[in-house]
Design a protein around this ligand. Structure first.
Ligand code: ATP
Ligand code: MG
Length: 303
């Protein structure tokens, strides 16, 4: 009966009037947020604006000096460590692994919150670990020590560990760091699958605004430890907000694949492709392009 009641209670995560800092330096001063349940939320903002600090506070790794984080209706400070870990998983920005640990062992640690005095390792744990490793493409390197992996391989192992934890709420701080473009999209697509299949609440920090718009249902833009704007991607990623939050002049156009906002930075330098004569119209340019292709150069650059 108790299990049934628990299953009917929707998981929820919010924060009220948070102040958080390190030693005497306050980073977040008075921040309130409600993470939409069952949605993908993406936090964006410039370096050092407080994104990781917020995520760690939401995961109870940092204690706020003021305010409260509320998990499933209770102050997170009053929830036991094990209970937090069965409800909420965090992939930190720079996780560290015990020396010499192998991939399979590290991913297996994601199951620790599910163990106990009575409940030992089961087939379900094996399946969760194997499933997480398969979906992050790390099965082939299961027996290798973490310290010997490439940056991208290691990142995928950490994601596998967070997935193996099988929590309703998943917080991931820059999960696509170090990944090649294919693996970035595989990870982001996988998070959408998890969200759609199991109704999981996912919070990501991403620096790629186009990916944030493509994959986020809800965006939170932060600046100087505060939320300056939140809402749908089209409400948050505007030329004015990007200028305000990042100090960067951009054009925002529709992504040709998804229709979501796509940010094109204006910057100071571009390769002036419009001044390059079209190879079709100009035989000299055509010859140049052919010779460049023969030499393995994709395109002549003319700065
Ligand atoms: N452990 C720490 N001790 C002291 N100051 C810290 C610590 N961690 C972060 N800070 C400071 O807190 C501020 C916010 O850092 P935070 O890591 O939250 O930024 P961020 O938005 O995640 O940045 P990035 O995009 O670079 O990851 C920064 O000024 C940073 O120097
Ligand atoms: Mg960070």
């Amino acid at each position: 009966m108790e299990n049934l009641v628990e299953a009917l209670v929707e998981h929820s995560l919010s924060a009220q009037n948070l102040a958080v800092g390190y030693d005497q330096r306050e980073i977040i001063h008075d921040l309130s947020v409600r993470i939409p349940t069952g949605k993908i939320t993406v936090i964006v903002g410039a370096n050092a604006c407080g994104k990781s600090t917020l995520l760690k506070t939401l995961a109870r790794l940092l204690k706020p000096s003021k305010g409260t984080v509320t998990l499933d209706g209770k102050s997170i400070q009053q929830v036991s460590t094990r209970e937090v870990a069965t409800k909420l998983g965090l992939l930190p920005q720079s996780p560290t692994a015990p020396e010499g640990i192998t991939v399979a062992d590290l991913v297996g640690r994601g199951r620790y919150p599910h163990q106990g005095w009575i409940r030992q390792w089961t087939k379900a744990d094996d399946e969760a670990v194997a499933g997480a490793m398969e979906s992050t493409d790390v099965l082939e390197i299961a027996d290798r020590p973490i310290d010997e992996l490439s940056g991208g391989q290691r990142q995928r192992v950490w994601i596998a560990m967070a997935l193996a934890q099988e929590t309703d709420i998943l917080l991931l701080d820059e999960p696509t760091t170090f990944l090649d473009l294919t693996h970035q999209f595989e990870v982001l697509d996988l998070l959408v699958d998890l969200n759609q299949r199991d109704d999981r609440t996912i919070v990501l920090v991403l620096h790629d605004l186009n990916q944030a718009c493509r994959f986020g249902d809800h965006l939170i833009a932060m600046k100087n430890g505060d939320i300056v704007c939140e809402g749908k991607p089209s409400e948050v990623i505007t030329e004015a907000v990007v200028q305000d939050v990042f100090g960067l002049a951009v054009k925002v156009i529709p992504d040709p694949v998804a229709g979501s906002p796509m940010v094109v930075p204006i910057g100071r330098h571009t390769t002036r492709q419009d001044e390059t004569p079209s190879p079709v119209a100009n035989p000299a340019a055509k010859a140049l392009a052919a010779s460049a292709a023969a030499n393995g150069v994709c395109r002549p650059t003319d700065r």
